[in-house]
Design a protein around this ligand. Structure first.
Ligand code: ATP
Ligand code: MG
Length: 395
């Protein structure tokens, strides 16, 4: 038993003591069987939400209309969700109705893939109603039931399939893969934020090549913002060294590079994928820096203006493109006299007080000049040296 499960055992036992069934379900059971670190422990139960709330003293109505109650226990939170079925997926994304049921089997049947439809009892035994254990052994991602119907119900599952392929290093089973190809256009019905989240997980997985290959061959990519005209570029991207990425920004930088995008085109692409402003800024700065790193022509000021985060993701991308860790850049960056404007020994106020300078463009220019000279090692970062330098340069 993983420690996370051990902590949650009293929750399962309390529900069972009250006369209901309770199981660990979903990703945590899958990951524990694969001996991977587990994230959130999900609990499924035959108890209805109101019944769950009667059992525990501290609960939060997280998604009570979907049957989820968060139980707080010793500083931990556990999502306890009532067995449910879903029906009427009229817009190819969310079910119109969820119905609470008392049968575990009905609940497992609505889950996306056999490896995600395993349940674990409090004593560690596994309930495997859809041969998920066989698929786990064979490293297969197989839809529960008829794959065409399941993707028609919820088109996001197609992105989840390719995401798991990369994340787990599995293969999408043939009929499931064929159904993705048949249904790929339905992905256009899914909110881009949700597709984005799955795609980012794909890009950060251990077998990016596998996930991208199915993403391309199934034509899913044609339903993604600004990807449709880049089939060959996506294939090149999929053929890069499969080294795992640690940051989503590195992934988008590799995409911008494969698509040969300008900074402005990169910003547009990321905006169309509804990315955060922070991600957009980081990747855009990476697009500027990457060619300088790859050609060996980056200067100290380029590294300084990029900053530590942009440098890190750019080096991560460069390493994948070039196959070697460009180590000296990090060393050069670390050796810069300062890494941020705030590290200057003086600020605008000091210049005004000590040199009777007036606020305005002149002052800004002087400060920028100081910053630049310090980064380039032409000026020492101490107050008297800086004041002397500003006076000398003002004359
Ligand atoms: P992760 O490691 O990313 O959390 P996960 O499998 O736990 O992977 P979640 O999104 O946390 O994914 O979902 C928990 C469980 O809910 C899944 O294992 C699966 O059984 C079920 N599930 C999630 N999304 C869907 C979906 N779109 N359709 C059907 N079942 C789903
Ligand atoms: Mg999960």
């Amino acid at each position: 038993f993983e420690p996370d499960f051990v902590h949650a055992l009293p929750i399962l036992r309390a529900i069972e003591a009250a006369g209901y069934e309770a199981y660990f379900v979903g990703g945590s059971v899958r990951d524990a069987l694969l001996e991977l670190p587990i994230h959130d422990v999900d609990i499924a139960t035959s108890a209805y939400p109101a019944e769950v709330k009667q059992i525990f003293t501290r609960t939060i109505d997280t998604g009570i209309q979907h049957g989820t109650v968060t139980v707080r226990d010793h500083g931990h939170s556990y999502e306890v969700t009532t067995f449910r079925t879903e029906s009427g997926y009229q817009d190819f994304r969310r079910p119109d109705h969820v119905t609470f049921v008392r049968s575990l089997k009905e609940d497992l049947k609505r889950r996306d893939f056999t490896i995600n439809a395993l349940a674990m009892r409090e004593d560690g035994t596994i309930l495997d109603l859809f041969h998920g254990l066989d698929d786990l052994k064979a490293h297969l991602i197989r839809a529960v039931g008829d794959p065409n119907q399941r993707f028609h119900e919820d088109a996001l599952r197609m992105m989840r399939a390719v995401r798991f392929e990369s994340q787990l290093g599995f293969t999408v089973e043939a009929q499931t893969a064929a159904a993705i190809k048949t249904q790929h256009e339905l992905l256009s019905k899914i909110a881009i934020e949700r597709t984005h989240s799955e795609f980012a997980k794909l890009m950060l997985g251990i077998k990016r090549h596998n996930g991208l290959t199915t993403f391309i061959q199934s034509e899913l990519y044609t339903q993604c913002p600004d990807f449709a005209t880049h089939r060959d570029d996506l294939i090149s991207l999929s053929q890069l060294n499969d080294q795992q990425l640690t940051d989503e920004a590195s992934a988008w930088l590799l995409i911008a590079n494969a698509f040969k995008l300008t900074v402005a085109q990169t910003r547009k692409l990321l905006k169309d994928w509804k990315s955060s402003n922070e991600l957009i800024a980081t990747v855009a700065a990476g697009v500027k820096l990457l060619p300088l790193i790859v050609t060996g022509s980056a200067q100290p000021l380029d590294l300084y203006h990029a900053g530590a985060d942009v440098l890190r993701i750019t080096l991560e991308a460069a390493e994948i493109l070039q196959g070697v860790a460009p180590e000296t850049w990090q060393t050069q960056y670390d050796a810069l006299p300062i890494h941020d404007k705030h590290e200057l020994a003086i600020n605008g106020k000091d210049l005004m007080e000590r040199l009777q300078m007036q606020p305005g463009p002149q002052l800004g220019k002087a400060l920028n000049g100081v910053e630049r000279a310090i980064v380039l090692g032409q000026l020492e970062n101490n107050e008297s040296a800086i004041l002397k330098w500003v006076q000398a340069n003002a004359e």
